[in-house]
Design a protein. Structure first.
Length: 150
């Protein structure tokens, strides 16, 4: 509990204090002066950095796509006979010996069945044909991994 003297001292401290000089003219002068030069410099820097980022990202995507196309176009002579059998007859049931590849094989078979059903509905769809071809190539790559692991 505060004593009467402490309360009086606190009330005396709570009185407003006037500054020695008027501060508003200095504040107004600072607000009115334009300082656009640093903002423009940073704007150009931000534009240049974003353009460089877009160029870097598009180059990385193009390199990745080129590498994927290069891997996908491996000649038939370089593929083992088991891989060719899977590619030529995707309906053939391929059961990998590696348990890590079994789930992927099941997913690829399911995707192939669904893509064939979609192709039955839209037989002239280039996009669906490319997807089916890609899933067959992925299954062929997995069978290569299975042969390498086993």
């Amino acid at each position: 509990m505060l004593s009467l003297e402490d309360r009086q001292r606190l009330r005396a401290l709570a009185q407003p204090v006037e500054p020695q000089r008027d501060l508003w003219p200095a504040i107004a002068a600072r607000l009115e002066t334009p300082s656009h030069a640093p903002q423009r410099r940073y704007a150009w820097f931000a534009i240049a950095a974003s353009l460089a980022g877009v160029a870097l990202l598009s180059g990385a995507i193009a390199a990745r796509m080129f590498q994927a196309d290069k891997i996908d176009h491996v000649s038939a002579a370089q593929r083992p006979p088991a891989v060719l059998a899977v590619m030529n007859n995707p309906a053939e049931r391929w059961n990998p010996s590696d348990p890590r590849l079994r789930g992927a094989a099941t997913e690829l078979r399911t995707a192939q069945v669904e893509l064939k059903q979609a192709l039955a509905i839209a037989p002239h769809s280039d996009y669906l044909e490319r997807l089916l071809d890609r899933t067959q190539r992925q299954q062929a790559r997995l069978s290569q991994l299975d042969l390498g692991a086993g």
